[in-house]
Design a binder for this molecule. Structure first.
Ligand code: HAM
Length: 447
């Protein structure tokens, strides 16, 4: 055996500046934060179940080609934000391939829909997912390189009713219900129709024509977009270009009668459900697969500039773009990190804690000899459904009280007498009251 040459640690405290840190744009979620995440996720799961959605879990990485074809080569996501690597062949039976950490999940869900022939059931598929996504963006509040989405997709053959405006309205009504149930106060639904693929051909031509004489006055990015994908100019955030962008033709004027009727029916169903919305003719969204209905929910509290809480829309041609059958669909993805930031900001304004509730009890064995009895008592109380932590008989009484006070509502003292008589001393921190409780009645008393 070789002797270790590293010096023994002088202190068990973490150094002020640890050398290994989470990678820029990624975060650890610690136990004082995760209760709120779990609450949001369980609320979403229960609500999605009430609307007939089932959960789908797709891989975290996919072939790069999926996103290039689905999301679009010209989008910011594919052109500059993906984490992509060449995966070398390890055996003669394998091929080298380009792989990418998923920047979003719609493309993966539609790939799974095609791969597993879910359309063959003839039924509408209502699928939801909760999981991390990866984009190499400039990190800031509400914008991370690994972030979480809670999303859902409704997709199926035309005969399943997947194209019906009722589906668009149902998704939007479900989102309004979810945000209201979670207690998000000031959400705002922005809505647009970007038309069918055919409408877009005509609209793109009109945009190109309108951009031709003015594009040289725009920023470099917009000059490039004006050439490659004029629709992208509409969601440009460049301050100086806004006045020019506002003069461009509006998509609403290029919708076919069918697209217009579809959109009108979405609005009528939202009116019938009492879901408020704001029409935003510039809302084209940053992914290429959208057709007809597109939307975002924004909030005014907690997010600053990254105020889009969620986004989504219809993608009637995506399955075919990925080599599948015709399968119109619509879906959304909530930025879970942003939802949590909003809830935290609201709770802070209201002076409400979002931390986990305290444990029911902390058991303090008074000497090491009582450790086994303490663990056995904890086992009994936990089996009765109580939340319990056990101390250690080597701790001084003062230390046990201090720890118990931070963790739990009650402390249970377990010394030689208590073990012999099965009558325990229980102190309730909120009232300062100390009582003797027979072991058989302990669970009831702690509740
Ligand atoms: P998206 O608009 O790219 O759409 O993303 C949806 C939401 O994810 C955004 O509104 C935002 O809340 C959140 N998000 C995006 N990027 C980041 C980031 N870097 N950090 C934190 N949060 C972020 C989609 O992903 C589509 N797949 C939505 C969809 C589903 N459309 C149809 N079905």
């Amino acid at each position: 055996m070789t002797e270790s040459t590293s010096p023994a640690p002088k202190s068990n405290k973490t150094p002020a500046r640890p050398t290994l840190k989470a990678v820029r744009g990624t975060r650890d979620l610690l136990p004082d934060q995760t209760p709120l995440w779990n609450h949001v996720e369980s609320t979403a799961r229960a609500l999605f179940a009430r609307y007939g959605f089932g959960e789908i879990r797709t891989p975290i990485f996919e072939s790069t080609e999926l996103f290039a074809r689905g999301v679009g080569e010209e989008t910011d996501i594919v052109s500059k934000e993906m984490f992509t690597w060449e995966d070398r062949a390890r055996a003669a039976s394998e091929k080298a391939q380009s792989l990418t950490l998923r920047p979003e999940s719609t493309a993966g869900v539609v790939r799974a829909y095609i791969e597993h022939q879910l359309g063959n059931t003839g039924n509408l598929q209502k699928l939801y997912y909760i999981g991390p996504q990866f984009r190499r963006e400039r990190p800031q509040r509400g914008r991370y390189r690994q972030f979480w989405q809670i999303g859902a997709e409704v997709i199926g053959p035309q005969s399943s009713g997947s194209e019906s405006p009722l589906r668009d309205a149902e998704i939007l009504e479900m989102l309004a219900s979810l945000l209201t149930e979670l207690g998000i106060r000031d959400w705002r639904l922005e809505l647009n129709s970007v038309g069918s693929a055919e409408d877009r051909v005509r609209y793109n031509a009109a945009l190109r024509e309108a951009l031709a004489p003015i594009k040289h006055q725009m920023c470099e990015d917009n000059q490039r977009r004006a050439e490659t994908n004029p629709l992208r100019v509409l969601d440009s955030k460049d301050e100086a270009d806004q006045a020019l962008i506002n003069t461009l033709p509006k998509i609403a004027d290029y919708l076919s009668p069918e697209s217009k009727a579809h959109f009108d029916q979405v609005l009528a169903a939202l009116d019938a459900c009492g879901v408020p919305y704001h029409l935003n003719p510039r809302l084209v969204r940053g992914l290429d697969y959208y057709t007809r209905t597109t939307f975002e929910f924004t909030v005014t509290t907690g997010l600053g500039t990254q105020n889009a809480l969620l986004g989504g829309g219809r993608y009637d041609g995506l399955s075919e773009m990925l080599g599948g059958p015709r399968a119109p669909g619509i879906g959304f993805a909530i930025g879970e990190d942003r939802l949590i930031l909003t809830l935290q900001a609201q709770a802070e304004a209201d002076n409400i804690s979002t931390a986990a509730p305290k444990l029911d009890a902390y058991i303090a064995p008074l000497t090491p000899a009582q450790n086994p009895a303490a663990l056995s008592l904890a086992r009994e109380l936990r089996a009765a459904g109580l939340t319990v932590e056990v101390g250690d008989g080597t701790f001084k009484l003062r230390k046990s009280f201090d720890i118990a006070d931070t963790l739990a509502r009650h402390i249970i003292l377990l010394g030689e007498d208590e073990a012999a008589t099965n009558i325990l001393t229980v102190k309730t921190f909120a009232s300062g009251e100390q009582t003797k409780v027979p072991r058989a009645k302990l669970a009831g008393a702690l509740r």
